[in-house]
Ligand binder design. Structure first.
Ligand code: ADP
Ligand code: MG
Length: 678
């Protein structure tokens, strides 16, 4: 028996497979598969009137067809209408073509006109056999994005089939009137089959009402499904972990500082979430150095107060180790039992740590993401803290959930999410923001210095270190090869040791054995190393307040977020901090724009906003994006107002017209993966 076709008309299994590659699984998907562009085949241009560079259609009779061999093998035709002669060339052709183009036969050719050696010509035009009675299409001809082996004509026919039935609107007419948007059916037809008199570039414009309608529909579907995912999460149950103010109060009283108002605010939000009976999914965002760790530590303690365990994950060994080193002593002073699990640990140690976690003999476990790639078990896991969340993929978030546990989750990120992204792709998370740095920080001064003046920079490093300070030297980033990266780091290290013989210099890079790495970091932390040469492994989280100078080599190769993160390693103490961005001229336009942003701003939000402008949201989303359907019609950079409208209407839709919501999600998300980011 044949499997039922998901289409309402016959489509061969082979074609179905090709359509699947385009994400087209049913009629509704074909309907939403919009043309890339349109060609005007509604008119026939006399050969005499052809203009070089223009797209045109001619109807002409073959006068002569032959295979030429110079400059290369090709099929050349001379065709003729009442007004003149035109040359046609095919560089790829089959013997059957020669048979087809019999002298005297009439064809239509569509293509770009060029001025050739012997007058005007078309190279590789589309063609079809035609006579004077062959009708011309009534509208522009759509050109669809397609895939290997699926002919444009086949795809066009399939889309036309899908468009045969009238398309019901998902939204009530009264809403459309209020929104000032046109009906769905008319919009879809306007884009697939624009009337002959519409200029192709008007249909292509983002401002075209039909495009606005589809962008709105898409954003509305996204908002609706995010709201549904959120509602589903609010239906999940977990153990409430209410504040007992025992360990947390004790911890706070021992801190050498008091929390900033921004930290207190974030902490209150988190504390309330933990007390609720459904799992928290909160993102704590705050610029580098804003003090997120203390807040996360408080969250762990609230879990422990409730006799539950907390897992504290960081994306790199260095960072996980730092959190563990710093917080373990603070926690143990309160009687909280801590453990450390890492991928590079000896097997026996790791097994012992997991056993303790499973037996409930430890309260807080620190580690890298290795924590959740293993089959380890917790006795009573109440809270998972994920530091530098943007470094983990959505995959990890999901893996964690698939273990059948629903602990509370606190994610932290120093890469602020621009408002439009927060409202769309991250809308399934609650967000707390620490928007002010702790007091007493001196602002970081950023200097842009050409590599030509490297010697002056060396002198400055030397002076700073001999005066009791410490410094970072960040090696150039070699993205293409880890091996080259390592070599560069080692060369830089060797060169600096030679150039600065009276300084004590250390090196850390990603390929080092964890124990060696830890030893170097500990020596730097203790002040035994003046200058730490590092690859971008120090990008996240490392905290040495006495280091107030940073040199970044080949800063022009790095991304904005990366530069901002790196720079955030200095400016942590009361010393005046300087970040020197060494660049190697000549610098590309884009790199210049990036350096300008980082020079002008130290505000992470502003930098993220400019980053979004320079790169577009796709890249910024990184892994978070994987598995989530991209926006095809809406554009977060330009459609902010539309996004806000969609959000408001999604709320209204869910409360007033759940049937509309269901219908709309079915059309727009349907067979595609639902948005389940939470
Ligand atoms: P990030 O948000 O980048 O993770 P951290 O949590 O590492 O920042 O904090 C940066 C530094 O600021 C740490 O040395 C921390 O002890 C210190 N710090 C945090 N909160 C305060 C505060 N309220 N007052 C003074 N220093 C603070
Ligand atoms: Mg941090």
């Amino acid at each position: 028996m044949k499997a039922a076709s998901p289409f309402s008309f016959p489509v061969s299994p082979g074609t179905q497979a090709k359509l699947a590659r385009l994400g087209l699984f049913r009629d509704a998907d074909l309907v939403l598969h919009l043309p890339l562009r349109w060609e005007d085949e509604t008119r026939i241009t006399p050969i005499h009137d052809l203009l070089p560079g223009a797209q045109a259609q001619v109807q002409a009779v073959v006068r002569d067809a032959k295979i030429a061999h110079r400059p290369r093998r090709m099929l050349t035709l001379t065709v003729e209408d009442d007004s003149g002669l035109l040359g046609i060339r095919f560089l790829n052709f089959y013997p059957s073509h020669l048979k087809l183009f019999q002298p005297g036969e009439c064809f239509r050719f569509v293509g770009e006109v060029r001025g050739g050696f012997l007058g005007l010509e078309m190279v590789h035009p589309r063609f079809s056999k035609a006579g004077d009675d062959t009708p011309l299409p009534a509208g522009l001809t759509p050109i669809y994005p397609t895939t290997a082996g699926l002919a444009q004509a086949t795809l066009r026919k399939l889309v036309a089939r899908a468009l045969q039935a009238p398309l019901a609107d998902t939204l009530p007419q009264a809403w459309l009137d209020e929104l000032g948007l046109p009906g769905f059916d008319a919009c879809i037809r306007a884009l697939h089959q624009p009337p002959a008199d519409s200029a192709p570039n008007a249909v292509e414009s983002r401002r075209h009402p039909a495009r606005q309608r589809l962008a709105f529909d898409e954003l509305l579907a996204q908002q609706l499904s995010l709201a549904a995912a959120r509602a589903a999460r609010h239906n999940l149950l977990t153990t409430p972990l209410p504040a007992a103010h025992r360990l947390t109060a004790d911890f706070l009283s021992r801190l050498p500082f008091s929390l900033t108002p921004a930290q207190i605010h974030a902490w209150k939000e988190i504390s309330l979430d933990l007390a609720a009976a459904h799992p928290m999914r909160r993102l704590l965002q705050g610029d580098v150095g804003s003090g997120k760790t203390v807040v996360a530590a408080l969250a762990c303690l609230q879990a422990v107060e409730n006799r539950h365990q907390a897992a504290f994950m960081a994306p790199t060994e260095i960072l996980a180790e730092q959190h563990a080193a710093k917080l373990t002593s603070q926690f143990e002073a309160l009687g909280v039992r801590c453990a450390w699990i890492s991928g590079s640990q000896r097997k026996s140690q790791r097994t012992a740590a997991w056993q303790a976690a499973a037996a409930g003999e430890v309260d807080v476990v620190f580690g890298t993401h290795a924590l959740f790639q293993e089959a380890g078990r917790f006795a009573r896991l109440g809270l998972v803290v994920v530091d530098e969340q943007h470094r983990f993929g959505v995959g990890q978030r999901l893996a964690l959930m698939q273990k059948g546990m629903e602990p509370h989750q606190l994610m932290m990120s120093a890469t602020p999410i621009p408002r439009t992204l927060a409202m769309s792709f991250f809308a399934d998370l609650d967000v707390s923001t620490i928007d002010a740095l702790p007091p007493g920080r001196t602002p970081i001064a950023t200097r842009l210095v050409s590599a030509v003046r490297r010697d002056e920079v060396l002198a400055r490093v030397r002076n700073a270190c001999l005066a009791g300070g410490q410094a970072y030297w960040v090696c150039p980033l070699i993205e293409e090869s880890e091996k080259l990266q390592l070599q560069t780091a080692e060369n830089t290290y060797a060169a600096l040791r030679e150039q600065l013989p009276d300084l004590s210099i250390g090196l850390v890079h990603g390929r080092m054995k964890p124990a060696d790495k830890q030893a170097v970091m500990a020596a730097f932390q203790a002040g035994a190393i003046h200058l730490l040469v590092a690859t971008t492994v120090i990008e996240v989280g490392v905290d040495v307040p006495n280091a107030a100078l940073m040199v970044i080599e080949h800063a022009e190769r790095m991304g904005l977020a990366q530069l901002h993160q790196l720079r955030g390693r200095v400016g942590r103490g009361s010393r005046e901090s300087i970040c020197v961005l060494l660049y190697q001229p000549p610098v590309s336009e884009l790199a210049r724009a990036r350096l300008k942003v980082i020079y002008e701003s130290t505000d992470g939000f502003e930098i993220a906003r400019r980053d979004l402008q320079l790169r577009g949201p796709g890249e910024l989303l990184g892994h978070r994006q994987s598995g989530l359907p991209m926006l095809r019609f809406a554009d977060l950079e330009h459609d902010v107002a539309l996004l806000e409208t969609a959000r408001d209407w999604a709320k209204r839709c869910l409360s007033d017209a759940p049937d509309v919501a269901a219908r709309h999600i079915e059309r727009w998300i349907g067979s595609r993966q639902a948005l389940t980011g939470s």
